[in-house]
Design a protein around this ligand. Structure first.
Ligand code: NOJ
Ligand code: CA
Length: 573
């Protein structure tokens, strides 16, 4: 049996959005046997770990991130036996399964919350219940305890007449937050993680895990209330709670990653420095907010590449200095497709010239950085945004809430549709495109959500094992990380590409006498990079990997001319 990759810096993780990967029984929803049937595909691509989004019983208000039973399989996705088979088959191929642990909140349909609603003291203490502001007694809700807004829009508090209290939900109102200060809650959650570890799971992704420790004092935040996330993020006991969970559930040293909302570098160093015994890597989202106008996700703006470069540089060099590890990614099930976002809808929407180049530049840019690369299903074939034409084609609660808000703010339906088309999480949730056949070979039934029209050209069959395709480029990058110490373990330093390359991300990697210079242009026009700031001497280096057939390097002037969305890595030995 092939060994699992235990040197995580050599590993690449692939994220499967279970609902949209492969449907084997024609109900239009992906399932666990579907994933098992595609393990050979994943092995061939070269990935080491597979992160599965939640497949536990759930009312699906937030597509499974509203869990009603942590230790079971939702029949929609299969059975526990199917899960065990998936783990065993993956293991046979040297692939480890990572599970999504949604431990910050439950669903309102979870037994704990149901029992809390019945008034059972023990379970009332599992959640965060408060009196209303200005309330005169249990029959009078008063106002919500604070002005906090939940992530999907609207108050973060819900009134329960039966209890005479408000409960806190940082996400949808069907997702009440657990009170991690309660040791009984922490015991329960340790048992959940242990349960899956004992089933042979090789790693875990922890959902919004830096929101588990709430502030000591609940108070209003300035403005509309959406700033509450920064107030709640990285709370007073978060490191202590994480350490306890990791130690007691016996997962220290396993492949783990935490999703960190509104976090900062200092905390992420602590979350991931091995001496802290917390997590392996962290996702942070700062580089994915560079196209939010004034920080507002629902206001469009072209990506600010200079800002993105500064963020990458801070996080790459900062995590290195603190001994932490970044998860490297552009896409997941909460993000629009990066290829559309960073390549421009007009340019890649109709799969014009730059689509494949943009896809390769995105891949090269993150895969050669320091950390652990994550590929989201479909990224390896260049899946684009959905391009829906009517609001009823969407499925996501966040999209609907914000569409309504946009209309109430005076946007026309057409304007609001344009915005949600760019920003909706559903862009990342459309079915995996396997073939050019009906529904892209995802299902024989009716898919639960539609697909981008271009799947007849963007699909696995069209890409796999063909020279020059985006898929082949991904496979090459995965293999390069395993072969080259400089990629997996090298130091990182960001390089100034000079004034004639404003949209270029440039960095260097280095290890014992070997150096890489990585140049990635996010510019639709040609530009000229000065390599003066780099230790790599163009005259003594060769191209390791790039997305054009040749390079336009001039050793005499120490410059490289990059064509639209060109990316290249030079190696000097
Ligand atoms: C982050 C998950 O990735 C997202 O899909 C979900 O809605 C929230 N956490 C709440 O669990
Ligand atoms: Ca199915």
């Amino acid at each position: 049996m092939p060994e699992l990759e235990r040197d995580f810096r050599k590993a690449v993780v692939y994220q499967v959005y279970v609902k949209s990967f492969c449907d084997t029984n024609g109900d239009g929803l992906g399932d666990l046997p579907g994933i098992t049937s595609k393990l050979d595909y994943l092995k061939h691509l070269g990935i080491d770990y597979l992160w599965l989004t939640p497949f536990y019983p759930s009312p699906q208000r937030d597509n499974g991130y509203d869990v009603s039973d942590y230790c079971a399989v939702d029949p929609t996705y299969g059975t526990m036996a199917d899960f065990e088979e998936l783990v065993a088959q993956a293991r046979k191929r040297g692939i480890g399964i990572m599970l999504d642990m949604v431990l910050c909140h439950t669903s309102v349909k979870h037994e704990w919350f149901r029992r809390a609603l019945m008034g059972e003291e023990r379970y009332r203490n599992y959640y965060i219940l408060r009196d209303g502001r200005g309330s005169t007694g249990p029959d009078d809700p008063g106002e919500p305890p604070t002005n906090w807004q939940c992530v999907f829009g609207g108050s973060a508090w819900e009134w329960v007449p039966r209890l005479g209290k408000w409960y806190l939900h940082l996400h949808d109102r069907s997702q009440p937050d657990l009170d991690w200060r309660n040791p009984e809650v922490r015991d329960e959650l340790v048992n959940v993680v242990r349960f899956w570890r004992e089933k042979g799971v090789s790693g875990f992704r922890f959902d919004v895990v830096n929101l588990i420790s709430k502030p000591e004092v609940f108070e209003d935040v300035p403005g509309s209330g959406s700033a509450c996330r920064s107030l709640v993020a990285d709370g007073p006991h978060v490191h202590e709670f994480l350490k306890e969970l990791v130690e007691r559930s016996g997962i220290d040293g396993m492949m783990t990653v935490g999703e960190m909302a509104s976090t900062n570098l200092k905390n992420c160093v602590r979350y991931t420095n091995p001496a802290e015994h917390e997590l392996g890597q962290v996702f942070n989202f700062h580089h994915l907010k560079v196209d939010y106008k004034d920080g507002n996700k629902w206001a469009l703006q072209e990506p600010d590449i200079a800002k993105m470069r500064a963020i990458f540089s801070t996080w790459q060099e900062g995590m290195q200095m603190g001994g932490g590890t970044n998860a490297l990614f552009w896409c997941n099930h909460d993000q629009p497709r990066a290829i559309t976002r960073f390549g421009g809808r007009e340019r890649v929407g109709e799969l014009g010239g730059s689509w494949e180049k943009v896809g390769k530049t995105l891949a090269l840019c993150t895969h050669l950085m320091q950390g652990v690369p994550y590929i989201f299903q479909g990224e390896e074939i260049g899946t684009t945004n959905a391009g829906f034409t009517a609001i009823d084609q969407f499925r996501d609660v966040e999209t609907f809430n914000n569409y309504r808000t946009l209309l109430s703010e005076g946007k026309t339906e057409a304007e609001a549709l344009t915005i949600v088309n760019e920003r909706s999480r559903d862009n990342g949730r459309t079915p995996m495109q396997w073939t050019a056949e009906k529904n892209a070979g995802f299902t024989t039934g009716k898919p639960w959500i539609g697909l981008p029209d271009n799947y007849d050209r963007v699909n696995v069959e069209a890409e796999i094992d063909k020279p020059g395709t985006l898929w082949s480029f991904y496979r090459e990058l995965i293999a390069l990380r395993k072969e080259h110490e400089v990629i997996s373990h090298g130091t990182v330093r960001f390089v100034d590409a000079g004034p004639a390359a404003p949209k270029v991300v440039a960095y260097e990697r280095g290890v014992a006498g070997e150096h890489l210079l990585v140049l990635c242009s996010f510019d639709g026009a040609p530009c000229r990079v000065s390599c003066e700031d780099s230790v790599v001497d163009l005259a003594r280096s060769e191209v390791l990997v790039g997305n054009y057939d040749d390079v336009q390097a001039d050793a005499a002037s120490d410059t490289v001319t990059l064509r639209p969305y060109e990316s290249v890595a030079f190696i000097q030995r």
